[in-house]
Design a protein around this ligand. Structure first.
Ligand code: THU
Length: 127
């Protein structure tokens, strides 16, 4: 399944009763497997998790730690960029040149990279 189809499909399972804003994300791993995740909200609002975090968690749980492409989709007027925390999470597992496609459910897409989303990222080289 393509990253786009996986992200659209998993988005339908999002648990977003508080924001009513469903998000789907899919990542392509170094071995070529597609992992997907959706946002999972909680009545204790800060406990909610983003779609990107879910997709990354699925990849890591399967034993992989490298992502090579990312796709994020939501129903919004224009493609939704990942939040700050998710940019850091993506940078943990993807190189700066990894392409991130942001999309709306009606097919508008924009592409960027992990490096452009998080310039000046903190990484292990500073430690
Ligand atoms: N959300 C994501 O899952 N990913 C994004 O890139 C942007 C925001 C979720 C978090 C929350 O459940 C809802 O969208 C509204 O912020």
């Amino acid at each position: 399944m393509s990253l786009k189809d996986a992200a659209l499909k998993v988005r339908e399972n999002a648990h977003a009763p508080y924001s009513n804003f469903k998000v789907g994300a899919a990542v392509l791993s170094g071995s070529g497997v597609v992992y997907s995740g959706c946002n999972v909200e909680n009545v204790a609002y800060p406990e909610g998790t983003c779609a990107e975090a879910g997709a990354i968690a699925a990849m890591v749980a399967a034993g992989e730690t490298e992502l090579t492409e990312v796709y994020v989709v939501a129903s919004s007027p224009r493609p939704v960029p990942p939040c700050g925390g998710c940019r850091q999470k993506l940078a943990e597992f993807g190189k700066a040149d990894v392409v991130v496609t942001l999309a709306t459910v009606d097919g508008h897409e924009t592409t960027t990279t992990i490096g452009d989303l998080l310039p000046g990222a903190f990484d292990a080289s500073f430690m």
